[in-house]
Design a protein around this ligand. Structure first.
Ligand code: ZN
Length: 445
């Protein structure tokens, strides 16, 4: 990249605005090379492809990926335990690996995601491109306040440096310190989670900050929770801060971010030159209709250290294949509707916590905080939604409860008992919010 004029709309205009046919041709040629690389370099992929009687030469179209076997988080963990420390899905010699990140390990052994130098450079260039599409420019001052430890978010900050912005590597530090940094350096862009953006804004106000006058934050990038793609949640954070909020999606086993919002904020443009997407019915494994909800399955196209071929993410998503008003032609992720594991089935109806969140945040006499409690009484599921009325609400709690119950039923088809609590009753989330208590198994989860 040679010119960095702040006015140009795209980081890489030729790539980002190419026709869908050109995207298809690009992805196919990358896929053919990448599958061949995985087969040649990784003993685990070679064995799995041989067992499934498939070979790289069978990739004649993008649909041919469907012949290949799935992998999932368990595969990553099992192969890593079988051939420590990185596993035999790795397709390059260790001396070519220059960086690893690790997944958060919330379900057991953390899995390592290795990068060669060219994998790493490709990721950083993609981050710069995506940041540019969200309006970041070389004149910005960027505070990176995601966790830096082994988790994948850390190096994203290098994408902002590559773009030419001034970057401040803050990481996760106490809120009062973070607010001081934002004020002292008059930072214009910050990256955090939606819950934390909300918490930080509320904390700042309690500590006497005027968010619009004392701070200069104009853009907030969020990731890690569905909130950034729920318009009601995004609007509330935007109004609190007087800033524009952009949602990002990342997957620790691939990249820090794999998709992000452009200025139109109608979905997250996908990194199509790095990652091939399938959306499948989680039960049958067959593709859903374009635009429908299903489980996202990802295949890397360039990440050579450890190729990911048909990785089942467990994320329930939908995509918008229509062109975007910004002129970019990459498909857009509508957002993550939930995790396959988070999906609650209440009397046979699928319900995601994010569906409840959308209803909670529409009602301006509620604080927007919520918790779901699911019980099974006499073999019947019972959902209770706890919400809070705002400070200064003088009406009857039953009025709010009735209104919430009707809206929730209309939006999701699920009936719930609604309990309206006083403000500041529900626990405030700092980073990742825990909002579901499913008592049906007898174990709180
Ligand atoms: Zn766009």
């Amino acid at each position: 990249m040679t010119t960095t004029s702040d006015e140009r709309p795209y980081w890489d205009a030729k790539l980002e605005t190419q026709s869908r046919a050109d995207w298809g041709a690009l992805k196919l040629s990358l896929l053919q090379k990448h599958i061949a690389h995985a087969y040649a370099g990784s003993p685990a992929y070679r064995a799995a492809f041989d067992a499934a009687k498939v070979s790289p030469a069978q990739i004649k179209s993008l649909d041919d990926i469907r012949r290949f076997p799935f992998i999932d988080k368990r595969t990553l963990r099992d192969r890593q335990l079988a051939v420590p420390p990185f596993g035999d899905l790795v397709a390059v010699p260790e001396q070519d690996i220059v960086y690893i990140s690790a997944s958060s390990g919330s379900t057991g052994v953390p899995t390592a995601s290795p990068f060669t130098q060219s994998d790493f450079d490709g990721w950083i260039d993609y981050e710069a491109r995506q940041f540019w599409s969200s309006g970041m420019r070389p004149s910005d001052r960027y505070v990176h306040s995601l966790n830096f430890s082994l988790f994948i978010g850390g190096p994203c900050v290098l994408g902002a440096q590559k773009l030419g912005a001034l970057t401040i590597h803050a990481g996760t530090i106490p809120s009062d310190r973070l607010l001081q940094i934002l004020r002292q350096f008059q930072a214009t862009v910050i990256w955090t989670t939606p819950s934390y953006a909300w918490y930080l804004g509320e904390t700042a106000i309690k500590e006497g900050y005027d968010l619009r006058k004392d701070l200069a934050v104009r853009r907030i990038f969020v990731a890690g929770e569905p909130g950034g793609s729920i318009p009601e949640t995004r609007n509330r954070i935007e109004q609190l801060w007087g800033a524009s909020v952009y949602d990002y999606y990342g997957l620790s086993d691939i990249f820090g971010s794999c998709a992000g919002m452009c200025e139109q904020k109608e979905g997250l443009h996908w990194a199509e030159d790095h990652i091939l997407v399938e959306v499948i019915d989680p039960d049958s494994g067959e593709p859903v209709k374009p635009g429908d909800r299903g489980e996202m399955v990802l295949t890397t196209l360039k990440k050579t250290a450890r190729p990911m071929i048909r990785f089942r993410t467990g994320d329930i998503v939908s995509f918008n294949p229509e062109p975007c008003r910004c002129g970019r032609t990459a498909i857009r992720l509508n957002g993550v509707h939930g995790r396959r594991d988070d999906m609650l089935i209440i009397k046979g109806v699928n319900l995601f916590p994010s569906d409840v969140e959308a209803v909670a945040r529409q009602d301006h006499e509620l604080t927007g905080e919520y918790r779901l409690v699911v019980d099974r009484i006499n073999h019947l599921d019972r959902l209770t939604v706890e919400v809070e009325h705002i400070h200064g609400y003088n009406g009857a709690p039953e009025t709010l409860a009735d209104r919430f119950e009707r809206k929730l039923k209309a939006v999701t088809g699920v009936s719930a008992a609604v309990s309206v609590l006083k403000p500041d009753t529900l626990p405030r989330a700092t980073h990742k919010a825990k909002r579901v208590e499913d008592r049906r198994s007898g174990v709180w989860s």
